[in-house]
Design a protein around this ligand. Structure first.
Ligand code: GDP
Length: 313
């Protein structure tokens, strides 16, 4: 597996425009749903508060294995209170799928997350969703999205985003509002075609920026991030670089490597360049730290996160 067979994508949308339904649809269509089902449910809807309030609080993830490709799908919080977290997600991915309700059109959170993505130079694919709804005007919504791109200073490449129309709930997508309907794997093809492969060096000293932390009952803290160079496997000795150049690197023996998205593991899982994985073995590790194969490696640029303020309605 090489980086050209990997795609790392975030799905961004205003609340209720269909992110969760879309991810379920993609998992089902690719045949990954059964094995991932419990995990996907947990991953996409795990926090009670989120269920109650209908807002995505923590970036969460899943992955689709399709036609020799690994497509890592990173969920993003749409709420402005999680600005820092959105930025961290944008650093991990190479493209976004912007989901917009064909009836409602772009809303406040559409604008907020799209702005973050465009600022990072990320290329979007736009899915005009809920095409099965009555009284929709997809062409108008298409134009509104393009207006938003202009307002947010999209580059020419970003502005020329691919548009796809469909119904995540009914499980079909098409190239144009009146075009032929295809199953959801069509969308996976669009992702592979339009989203660039991750920029990562296969050879060289292992390097990963910790972008998220999870917890596993057996191994404790799991540091999650994109492998930007080299690879990592069970038993490797790596270094957790200090938070400042003065702070010493701490040697760490890797006790597990997790396929990040499903947070499943086997002893043979290897974190390869371009993929997003979880690794354990740390006594302590924070988001923003770099894990590297050498104590002398240079820390990757850090994106601080704002403490989340949860606004109760
Ligand atoms: P999220 O908040 O973006 O994750 O949105 P959900 O996936 O939870 O969807 C919000 C609501 O919209 C749910 O009631 C879904 O069943 C509904 N929904 C999602 N996709 C579609 C669609 O393609 N068509 C219609 N009519 N409803 C949809």
């Amino acid at each position: 597996m090489t980086p050209d067979k990997i795609r790392n994508i975030a799905i961004i949308a205003h609340v209720d425009h269909g992110k969760t339904t879309l991810v379920d649809g993609l998992l089902r269509a690719s045949g990954n749903f059964r094995e991932n089902q419990a995990i996907a449910e947990r991953a996409m809807d795990s926090m009670d508060l989120e269920r109650e309030k209908g807002i995505t609080i923590k970036a969460k993830n899943t992955s689709v294995h399709w036609n020799d490709y690994i497509i890592n799908i990173v969920d993003t919080p749409g709420h402005a209170d999680f600005g820092g977290e959105v930025e961290r997600v944008m650093k991990m991915v190479d493209g976004v799928m912007l989901v917009v309700d064909a009836y409602e059109g772009p809303q406040a959170q559409t604008r907020f997350v799209l702005k973050k993505a465009l600022e990072q130079g990320i290329k979007p694919i736009v899915l005009i969703n809920k095409m099965d709804r009555p009284h929709i005007e997809p062409q108008k919504v298409h134009d509104k999205v393009l207006e938003l791109f202009l307002e947010l200073d999209a580059t020419e490449e970003q502005f020329n985003a691919a548009f796809v129309y469909g119904s995540a709930r009914a499980g079909w997508v098409t190239d144009s509002p009146t075009g032929e309907q295809h199953d959801m794997t069509f969308l996976l093809g669009k992702i592979v075609e339009h989203i660039p492969a991750p920029k990562a060096e296969v050879e060289g000293c292992f390097e990963m920026l910790v972008s998220n932390i999870d917890w596993d009952n057996f191994v404790g803290r799991v540091a999650i991030g994109k492998v930007t160079r080299g690879s990592v496997k069970l038993g490797d000795k790596v270094f957790l670089l200090g938070k400042t150049p003065e702070e010493k690197a701490i040697p760490v023996k890797v006790t597990k490597v997790f396929q990040y998205t499903t947070l499943t593991t086997s002893d043979s899982v290897e974190g390869i360049a371009g993929d997003i994985v979880g690794i354990s073995g740390f006594e302590d590790v924070d988001i923003g730290q770099t894990v590297a194969g050498s104590a002398d490696a240079v820390a990757l640029p850090f994106v601080a996160i704002d403490p989340p303020t949860i606004v109760m309605q």
